[in-house]
Write a protein that binds this ligand. Structure first.
Ligand SMILES: [Zn+2]
Length: 280
């Protein structure tokens, strides 16, 4: 659920899906071809950019972009973050500020870590990116935060289902890229216990995830909930399914995962909107 880049100057964006540990990370090449497309963000309640020959940028967004004028570095990023948190309606759930880290050799630019509820920017890469991309990265990660908290605020959607979905996708990623896990599975399979092994690993992961969700999002879980049959609730159901189908270690699945598609669409829309204001 993260943005990564191996070479900030190439036209290819290398995205990295980070699960809970470094060993679960994976790099992906994602062509930046969607930037000119302008998909409406139905769920977010606003079209970021309304086309029909004349483009109009949402007023709140325009105010944020105005605010960003003359700002640089962390000042730019933190201002963009606070503005986008407000714009996405995440004031009550988003961390107060960004977390800054070093990539330490990993090709990673940004990340949303649900298990800490942190929006992390890897400053060595992030600082080299143009502002238009920087604001896009922040929007991308906030989209994942929005997806997560929308699921947690859905009445009648058991937290356990979400925990299992995360555990299943984590397990798939581990099986794709963790040789130790692959060997353990192979050994179990030779003994006719392949299925038991998978079930055990997923249950173990789900139990841990369930505990973490309850701890990290204790306040969010207490907040007013929307019903399962509301648009937000239906989106949450679909997002949990998407989470279970997701294998972050598989390029095809990354590109086709609705959670990532939405995050990339929003990233691109914000970039486009920001770029338009810079040209004025
Ligand atoms: Zn992502």
């Amino acid at each position: 659920m993260s943005n990564t880049i191996s070479n900030i100057n190439t036209t290819n964006q290398i995205c990295n899906v980070q699960a809970k540990s470094k060993e679960k990370e994976i790099q992906h090449n994602i062509e930046n071809t969607q930037i000119e497309q302008n998909k409406s963000q139905v769920y977010y309640g606003k079209d970021l950019v309304q086309t029909q020959n004349n483009t109009k940028i949402d007023n709140d967004l325009a105010a944020l972009f105005q605010d960003l004028k003359g700002k640089d570095g962390k000042d730019f990023a933190e201002t963009a973050y606070k503005g986008l948190v407000k714009y996405f309606g995440l004031d009550d759930v988003a961390p107060k500020s960004l977390s800054w880290e070093q990539s330490e050799g990993r090709p990673i630019v940004s990340d949303y870590r649900w298990y800490e509820n942190k929006v992390v920017l890897y400053e060595d890469y992030f600082n080299k990116a143009p502002k238009e991309k920087q604001i896009g990265y922040i929007a991308h990660e906030l989209t994942h935060l929005k997806q997560t908290t929308n699921i947690l605020k859905t009445e009648g959607l058991p937290l356990g289902n979400y925990a299992v979905a995360i555990a299943v996708s984590d397990f798939k990623a581990m099986m794709t890229r963790n040789p130790q896990m692959q060997n353990a599975y192979k050994t179990a399979s030779l003994n006719g216990k392949g299925k038991e092994f998978s079930t055990y690993m997923i249950q173990k992961g789900a139990a841990q995830t369930y505990k973490e969700l309850n701890t990290v999002f204790a306040d969010v879980l207490k907040q007013a909930k929307h019903p399962l049959n509301s648009p937000e609730g239906q989106k949450a159901v679909n997002d949990v399914k998407a989470q279970a189908m997701y294998n972050g270690a598989d390029l095809n699945e990354y590109n086709n995962c609705p959670l990532e598609k939405e995050a990339m669409d929003i990233e691109n829309s914000i970039r486009l909107a920001y770029r338009q204001t810079q040209n004025k």
